[in-house]
Design a protein around this ligand. Structure first.
Ligand code: TRP
Length: 452
């Protein structure tokens, strides 16, 4: 019975297809919207430094661990833990991941909706001509506090996500990501070059790249680690699920490395656009909230000949990058209901998608739409609890599971399929068993020191 299920399960068309889909999941609003926000809130360059270290030493470790569990079990996260350690509480890590994913999706799709809305803002010419920071702020505030516009685009994003996920792995996810991700990459490089040559850019670059170590503290490290997990789509089973569709012939280590590298590269480039532009607009080192990127990006387009077209293009690609992430968030619970509960893909995508939409209502109303939700900053709160703490907890248990419960030997055996010579092996094993879990534990301890 089980064997039959596995043989009819979908798989990626090729290694490249997997890399595009996983990179598509990783690269999204986390890089372009959230990364600059947390950098600005956490002291600039020193945060960037801690972030890069967290990605290299912990993010990559967890990424490979998740892909290994996924490919070995060929299951969704709940089924994966259950098939390795049946009838133990380990499956609850899978459930935690599913809940976390749905909660992340509920606010993520709201922000993706802002990006979609900005395609039309750019097209309408509202963001053309000499644009001051005040004007740009006002345009965003008016947009984000209008429930009709916010819900329209939030609903649009959820609808598209449900549609693509219900089509399945190959026809849905694969087809989209292959074409559009490279275009996004080129546009971001172009915008970074423009931003770096804006007058006053130097101040922004200094904030972004010259570390001030007096700003280093527990909060910085906590946010850097959380952001690393968020940006790499780790800690909730996305990479277990995506790994479950990888062929036994493919090299898991280079796949993990490639996804980790390109995701980080894009985030760093996004910072090279935001901070010089911020300085150019006369507010270097400004501490922004979740709305920062949307207020700053529009400022660069009037500085480019034909900028309006670039702006339309940019927000279109940002929306696409966000959708390749939203589908990966929805795919996790959908894979569970399809694998374990025998639901049809369509039904699972529709039911969970609609549920997520309802769950997202408070976040959608938290940027001015409704006073109560705006005051308690629901979106930021969700981003912190689910997009930071839950992911760190999930990642901690994944390390413990692979390092001690399932066992390093079995994991290494799975990795050796497609990669007989795993050169980074001693480092990975050390990080998985000791460095990562201990670091995550210590960092979680810093939650206590957070204000409020
Ligand atoms: N990594 C995506 C981004 O940076 C968001 C995302 C997709 C995600 N799947 C995830 C975050 C799973 C955490 C867990 O935009």
């Amino acid at each position: 019975m089980q064997g039959q299920e596995i043989s009819t399960r979908e798989a990626w068309g090729s290694k490249v297809a997997f890399i595009f889909a996983a990179t598509g999941s990783a690269i999204g609003l986390g890089n372009i919207w959230r990364f600059p926000t947390v950098v600005s809130q956490n002291g600039g360059a020193v945060f960037v430094l801690v972030y890069v270290l967290a990605v290299a030493f912990i993010g990559f470790t967890v990424m490979l661990a998740e892909l290994t569990i996924g490919r070995h079990t060929q299951r969704n996260p709940v089924g994966a833990f259950e098939s390795i350690k049946p009838r133990t509480p380990w499956k609850f890590i899978g459930y935690l991941g599913m809940i976390t994913g749905v909660c992340i999706l509920s606010f993520y799709a709201v922000v993706a909706g802002w990006a979609a809305g900005y395609i039309f803002k750019m097209a309408s010419g509202a963001l053309k001509g000499k644009l001051t920071a005040e004007m740009s702020n006002k345009i965003f505030t008016e947009f984000s506090s209008d429930p009709i516009q916010v819900f329209l685009f939030f609903g649009l994003i959820m609808g598209l996500t449900i549609f693509i996920v219900s089509k399945g792995v190959k026809k849905g996810i694969e087809r989209w990501t292959k074409v559009l991700m490279p275009v996004l990459f080129l546009l971001i490089v172009f915008l970074a070059i423009r931003a770096l040559t804006l007058p006053g850019a130097g101040k922004g670059i200094a904030f972004y790249l010259r570390p001030d170590f007096s700003k280093l503290n527990g909060t910085v490290i906590l946010y850097a680690l959380g952001q690393a997990f968020f940006s790499l789509s780790l800690g909730m089973g996305t990479m277990i699920t995506y790994g479950s569709y990888i062929s036994k012939k493919d090299n898991l280590v280079s796949s993990a490395g490639w996804v980790t590298f390109s995701d980080t590269f894009i985030a760093l480039l996004a910072g090279l656009i935001i901070f010089p532009t911020l300085a150019f607009s006369g507010q270097p080192g400004n501490v922004g909230d979740e709305t920062l990127a949307f207020k700053i990006f529009p400022l660069i387009f009037p500085e480019i000949p034909g900028g309006q077209i670039f702006g339309i293009f940019f927000f279109t690609l940002l929306t696409v990058a966000a959708i390749t992430s939203t589908i990966s968030l929805l795919e996790v619970p959908v894979a569970y209901f399809v694998d374990e509960r025998n639901w049809s893909r369509k039904k699972a995508a529709l039911v969970i998608g609609l549920f997520t939409f309802v769950l997202g209502v408070p976040a959608a109303l938290s940027t001015g739409g409704m006073q109560f939700f705006t005051k308690i900053k629901v979106l930021g709160l969700f981003a912190f609890i689910f997009g930071n703490i839950s992911l760190a907890v999930g990642a901690l248990f994944i390390c413990i599971f692979v390092g001690y419960i399932w066992g390093i030997k079995k994991a290494l055996k799975e990795i050796s399929s497609g990669n007989p010579r795993f050169k980074l092996r001693p480092i990975w094993v050390f990080s998985l068993k000791f460095l990562s879990p201990i670091a995550i534990l210590i960092i979680l301890y810093f939650i206590k020191t957070l204000k409020g």
